[in-house]
Every structure is written in structure tokens, then in C-alpha cells.
Ligand binder design. Structure first.
Ligand SMILES: [Zn+2]
Length: 179
């Protein structure tokens, strides 16, 4: 803490007491001997997201939730699934112990989470996040998804490459046919 009068970098504490949610310290400048008061308060670590264009933006859980909700819209997921995923991602982010995280890291965490959750939600998010410029890139992503599923078969079965609503329609009729 620099002296507010002369800017000197060092001071000694001449009095210290606890106040509400912090500590109040009376300090004396080691250079000009002026005294001044500081308050020390515990602050939750804030996390900044480094955007693609290098701008920094404070991490916003609501934004994360909005993205997840959009991807999971109308998907047959149990209530609370999206909140749980947001919780997990948030906790994982803070566990990194960094003050700044590239948006890509968050995007990859979301992709990883959705991949385990729901194929369509995953592809929806991927199509926005990966910014697919053509159908070939999107097909590659779906192929990768299907290949990884072939290795670890899941009851949801394979999904054809079609627009979201068409996909859901097909998935529905597929489920009906199986009954
Ligand atoms: Zn001073």
C-alpha cells in the first residue's frame, strides 16, 4: 500500500482492529511519517474470461446458464440437469486457480459436459461454438461423435445428420417404433 501523501511504498502498522467483515489498520508512512487508514476485506476471487478478440469480461454464470439452456432446450433431460452442469463447470473453473481463463477453456468444458449428456444438445452447442462454416465441418463433428459412441455404445442410438427439429422428430418416431 503506497502512502497517499508521498507515494512511498512502505509503511508500518501502528494500530489494527477487526471491523465487521475485515480489518482496519492505522499505518504510518516510513518516508514522510504521515498516517493513514486501510481496510482489508476478504473478496471472493473474481474470474475473467479472455474473449477471442482478447477483451476481458468478468465470468458470468448467467451467461453460461443461458448458453446451456439454449442447447438443452426441449431435450428430455431431468430437471436440474442444466444447473448441475453449470455448477460443475463453474467449480472446475475456480479449481483452475487462475484469474483469467480463455473463453475456449469454458467452451471445451461445456462441450465435454454436453457430450456426456445429450447428443443433440452437444451438436447444437458445437454448431454455434465451433462456428461451423459449412455442412462438411458439421458432418465431421457428428461423425466424430458417432465414432466415439460406436466405441462405447449408448442406448440413445445413432442420430442422422439433419437440422435439429428434423432430428428430434426422427428420434421421436425412432423411439415410438421401438416400443
Ligand atoms: Zn509518505
Amino acid at each position: 500500500m503506497e502512502c497517499p501523501y508521498c507515494g512511498y511504498h512502505d509503511s508500518k502498522v501502528i494500530d489494527s482492529r477487526d471491523v465487521n467483515d475485515g480489518v482496519r489498520r492505522r499505518r504510518q508512512c516510513l518516508s514522510c511519517s504521515a498516517s493513514f487508514t486501510t481496510y482489508e476485506r476478504l473478496q471472493p476471487a473474481s474470474l475473467f474470461v479472455i474473449k477471442k478478440d482478447q477483451r476481458r469480461e468478468e465470468f458470468d454464470r448467467n451467461k453460461l446458464m443461458a448458453g446451456l439452456r439454449k442447447a438443452c432446450e426441449k431435450r428430455p433431460l431431468p430437471t436440474g440437469t442444466v444447473d448441475k452442469l453449470a455448477d460443475d463447470i463453474e467449480a472446475e473453473l475456480y479449481r483452475l486457480g487462475r484469474s483469467e481463463v480463455p473463453s475456449k477453456v469454458i467452451g471445451d468444458m461445456v462441450m465435454g459436459g454436453l457430450k456426456n449428456l445429450d447428443d443433440i444438445a452437444y451438436i447444437r452447442f458445437a454448431s454455434v461454438y465451433r462456428d461451423f462454416t459449412d455442412i462438411t465441418a458439421l458432418k465431421q463433428e457428428v461423425d466424430t461423435l458417432l465414432t466415439s459412441q460406436a466405441e462405447t455404445p449408448r442406448p440413445t442410438g445413432q442420430l442422422p445428420l439433419l437440422p435439429n427439429d428434423k432430428l428430434e422428430e426422427l428420434a421421436r418416431s425412432h423411439r415410438r417404433n421401438r416400443r
